[in-house]
Design a protein around this ligand. Structure first.
Ligand code: AKB
Length: 337
């Protein structure tokens, strides 16, 4: 008999590590992780880890022959800044890799006669505000507004949402016998901030980079203007959003893709929060014109009332609590060690 598992792709990334840690605490036997890297030290031995690529078809075929995949958290992706340097590679991972996993989920759903749940983190990068005037006039965007991304990653995420929705509603709609559809659910994340890992390859990275640099006592040159404003979220709320959505009653879900918000900060407000805890840090602003343009195209905040109404979304870490209770104490401890 095939062993029933929860598959987590991109398990060594920032969200992956936080999610695996939480799920492994409950039932490590159920967790199957997949990533290009080895699973970090403290999680190794706790979960079944496979080192490899989501674009490796023979690897995916092997997985389905050995496991019954009940839920997929598909976290693997090339983020917005990195994707601009390698757009073709980003498309291969973010789109073709996602398509292969959706096909795997569809086959597994058919084989076992029950939907595989497919949880897909999307991003505020799926939005594209044309200019700062429009951004100021529409400070809290709804899911269907301004879906005109200007980055490869944003375009990939928006299409990933559409593909997942297709697989869950219309997949093989002309086939004589209707296939068992997957259960696709997605959240659009703000910039996530972890106390335990430092991001790489994203454009919202200036926030967490500023904080980690300050905690290490290093100066930091922020690559966007002080007034640049986007939504952010503490990592525990990111994990909570994924798990709350996964656990939501399907009958209450009116959408496949949901905004989730926690707080919105300008880069200057972020600096002020950081300097409350680390007053001696030298933080300057040296905008990088092209990364700035990406941040300017993302909304200042999101309207997440659909998530709040349908599945009770409510962040545990508003801005003051995020810094005072999660970020600052854990980061202090991390670098003190
Ligand atoms: C990025 O900056 O690319 C990510 C994101 C907002 O999705 N952190």
């Amino acid at each position: 008999m095939r062993k029933k598992v929860v598959l987590i792709t991109g398990a060594c990334g920032e969200i992956g590590q936080a999610l695996v840690e939480q799920l492994a605490a409950a039932d490590p036997e159920m967790i199957l992780t997949l990533d290009l890297d080895e699973i970090p030290g403290d999680l190794a031995g706790e979960v079944h880890h496979i080192k490899g690529s989501i674009t490796d078809k023979s690897l995916l075929d092997r997985l389905v022959s050995e496991y019954e995949i009940d839920v997929i958290f598909h976290l693997a992706a090339l983020l917005s800044t990195r994707a601009e340097y390698s757009p073709t590679a980003a498309h291969q991972v973010n789109v073709e890799g996602t398509l292969m996993l959706l096909e795997l989920a569809a086959e597994q759903s058919q084989w076992r006669g029950r939907p595989v749940q497919f949880i897909y983190p999307s991003s505020i990068a799926a939005y594209g505000m044309p200019d700062l005037k429009t951004k100021a006039a529409h400070p809290r965007v709804r899911e269907w507004e301004w879906n005109y991304p200007s980055t490869m990653y944003g375009a990939n995420k928006l299409y990933g949402e559409l593909l997942g929705t297709y697989f869950s509603r219309h997949y093989k709609q002309l086939a004589e016998k209707e296939p068992v559809k997957i259960d696709f659910r997605s959240v659009r994340f703000p910039g996530l901030i972890s106390a335990f890992t430092v991001p790489s390859g994203g454009t919202s990275d200036y926030g967490p980079e500023m904080l980690h640099a300050a905690a290490k006592g290093e100066p930091y040159a922020c690559f966007v203007r002080p007034d640049s404003t986007i939504p952010f979220m503490a990592m525990p709320d990111g994990v909570k959003a994924l798990l709350d959505l996964a656990n939501a009653d399907a009958a209450n879900l009116t959408r496949t893709v949901y905004n989730v918000g926690a707080f919105s900060l300008s880069a200057e407000e972020f600096r002020q929060q950081v300097q409350v805890a680390f007053p001696d840090t030298a933080i300057s602003f040296e905008p990088h014109a092209k990364r700035q343009a990406i941040i300017d195209s993302w909304p200042a905040d999101v309207d997440d009332h659909a998530a709040r109404e349908d599945w009770g979304w409510s962040p545990e870490y508003p801005v003051d609590r995020a810094f005072a209770e999660y970020l600052v104490p854990n980061i202090r401890q991390r670098y003190a060690e």
